[in-house]
Write a protein that binds this ligand. Sequence first.
Ligand SMILES: [Zn+2]
Length: 236
Amino acid sequence: MQKDIELLLKMQEIDYYIGELERSKDYIPDMIENLKREIDECFESSENYSERLTEAKKEMKSIELEVQSTKDALEKYQKQMLTIKTNKEYDALVKEIDECKETISSGEDKILMLMGEIEELESKVEEFMGKCDEVKKENNAQLETLQEQIDSVEEKRQIKEDERKNLQVRIPRNVMNVYERIRKGRGGMAVVSVKKRACGACFKQLEPKLIQEIKKGERLITCDSCGRILVWTGED
Ligand SMILES: [Zn+2]
């Protein structure tokens, strides 16, 4: 029986590995998608900053032109002031001059704000250029590894299935049946070690007499609480 228990532990290891391969078929595609999304999002942000930078520069250029033409107009009005003849003409000109000054002042304020924004955007664009290249390089390396992993899942699984078949013929049918029944019923581990004088899965305390029997390994002993096969692996 001790030999059968050792074979069961090997069987359990193989089944765990097959289970991991199965799970990887779900989580690897998720990981691949996340890594690709991270690259896309980085380039998207970079593009948004670049677009806003182009826009801000265009905006500044047009305000600069407006301020310049208003300054030219102001100069013209100021010259006209010298040749004024009536109060009515004077009032009209003062109004024009005030309006020009107002336009120039608010234009210059906007230019200052845009200059600040442009400076910030330029550093963002530069930052993201480096960052995106880095993210792309790093994620592509991971993507390559993950792709290799997913491409080899079936092959690895086949190898493990063959190993499983070879092992199964060496385990008595009744022992194998108990193992399979627990594995299907409980999911996951069917064979567990005694830990701290208790079942390693459900932590039910075990009688000293039962522990002695498990140590001897003369018969298959199951936990009377969770039903799993108990083995002694000398960790206690
Ligand atoms: Zn148990």
